[in-house]
Design a protein around this ligand. Structure first.
Ligand SMILES: Cc1cc2nc3c(=O)[nH]c(=O)nc-3n(C[C@H](O)[C@H](O)[C@H](O)COP(=O)(O)OP(=O)(O)OC[C@H]3O[C@@H](n4cnc5c(N)ncnc54)[C@H](O)[C@@H]3O)c2cc1C
Length: 395
């Protein structure tokens, strides 16, 4: 494993750094956006995304023939680390850039490529992912939302849930059942659905941290043209699996600077606050938990770098991505459990409350860390994958 950057990677890093320094206004940094109402923050993030797109920084990994940069995994990692260091927000359209665009590059029709790829790359669209339903989460192949062909249109009825970014998305990549007679994995098809279609109702889900980035989406006789399929009729399951492998990529790398920052804040807090007359840092249990949290973050960082290094040497990512997800979730929750334990009752003050610790960020991140064992496949599902595919245990 070689962790040093090559001269061309070093030059790329400098290019990213210079561009960010010249183009990221202070009012669009992550810190500035955190202080805004969520819709206003999304509006700023969209403007930032358009600026990134105009300068060619979106779709780094997309093939050059489709307007991307054809960047290596290491260059993507460099971009992410530099953007985080500059406090630049990630592009708002995660689903379009990471799932829909790469899928269309591979399997889209020429008309779809012309219609969507340029706009996604220029940051002019925002997609959401309509996969999960109230009775189809881990068992995603059970989706019941129906799409029925009537003349030249699909008529869609059903409900999706937990769709991130749906309250402000322009388009939805929708997994629907087009053949109820076929075996469940075979009767599904992926559709591209405009979110302003008549018959769509988006009902945001308010979370305990007061944010509303998820929604339920109700489809009531929604009509879309016949040619809005992504992939072939009946291939929705393989398109979904293909999209989810794009999604895994480098996501854990993005989290590391946030964890390191929270860890440093926790150490500082422990050094400056007392409980029962004693500084928290003098409590051996606190010291042990801080040490464990630090070790977890470093294991996550190094495992990530090993993953990139292996990938660059042509070793395809395998089931170890499940191990990474399990460790990531344990790191995330352990870190913020510790923050809440250190802060005690004071840690209950939420974002924006006058005397909240770290402006309420620990509290918000603590609540968000609860989701980490659910999204991207629950812990149980990843444990099953590790058991069956790494250890060869029976189903
Ligand atoms: C932050 C966040 C963002 C999300 N964003 C999106 C999005 O944009 N679009 C979208 O479509 N969905 C999204 N989801 C939904 C997510 O994909 C599902 O919540 C997830 O797949 C789990 O499904 P479920 O909630 O229906 O739980 P279930 O599948 O009902 O699971 C319930 C419990 O049973 C366990 N379980 C289920 N099956 C098994 C099994 N075979 N073996 C052992 N245990 C099992 C699970 O581990 C869990 O503990 C998001 C979720 C979160 C938390």
């Amino acid at each position: 494993m070689d962790l040093n950057l090559s001269p061309s990677e070093e030059a790329f890093r400098q290019e990213v750094r210079d561009w960010l320094r010249r183009n990221l206004p202070p009012e669009w940094t992550v810190d500035a956006l955190e202080k805004l109402e969520q819709r206003d923050a999304v509006a700023c993030a969209r403007k930032w995304q358009e600026r990134l797109g105009a300068a060619g920084w979106l779709g780094l990994a997309w093939p050059k023939q489709f307007g991307g940069r054809g960047a290596t995994l290491m260059e993507q990692a460099i971009y992410i680390m530099e953007a985080i260091a500059a406090r630049a927000p990630m592009p708002a359209d995660k689903i379009g850039l990471q799932l829909v665009g790469p899928a269309l590059c591979e399997i889209g029709t020429q008309e779809q490529k012309n219609r969507f790829l340029g706009k996604i790359l220029r940051g002019q669209m925002l997609w959401c992912q309509g996969f999960s339903e109230p009775n189809a989460g881990s068992d995603l192949a059970s989706v019941q939302t129906r799409a029925v062909l009537e003349g030249d249109e699909w008529v869609i009825n059903g409900q999706k849930i937990w769709s991130s970014d749906a309250p402000w998305a322009d388009w939805c990549t929708l997994l629907a059942r087009t053949n109820p007679e076929a075996p469940k994995h075979k009767g599904l098809t992926m559709l591209a659905v405009p979110m302003n279609s008549p018959g769509i109702t988006v009902r945001p889900i308010r979370q305990i941290n007061r944010r509303e980035e998820f929604a339920e989406i109700f489809f009531d006789n929604v009509r879309v043209p016949r040619d809005t399929l992504i992939g072939e009729l009946g291939t929705g399951w393989s398109v979904t699996m293909r999209m989810l492998t794009y999604e895994r990529g480098l996501y854990t790398l993005v989290e590391i600077p946030r964890f390191e920052k929270a860890w440093r804040q926790e150490v500082e807090y422990a050094k400056t606050h007392r409980r029962n007359g004693r500084l928290l840092i003098d409590d051996p249990v606190v010291r042990e938990r801080l040490a464990q949290a630090y070790a977890n973050i470093q294991m996550m960082r190094l495992t990530n770098l090993r993953y990139i290094s292996r990938y660059l040497r042509g070793v395809a990512p395998g089931e170890e991505s499940s191990l990474m997800k399990l460790h990531w979730a344990a790191t995330d929750q352990g870190l913020y459990d510790l923050g809440m334990a250190l802060g005690g009752p004071a840690a209950l003050a939420m974002l924006g409350a006058p005397r909240a610790i770290c402006s309420g960020q620990w509290n918000a991140d603590y609540f968000y860390s609860r989701a980490c064992t659910i999204y991207g496949g629950t812990q149980d599902i990843h444990r099953n994958l590790v058991a069956e595919r790494i250890y060869g245990l029976p189903r």
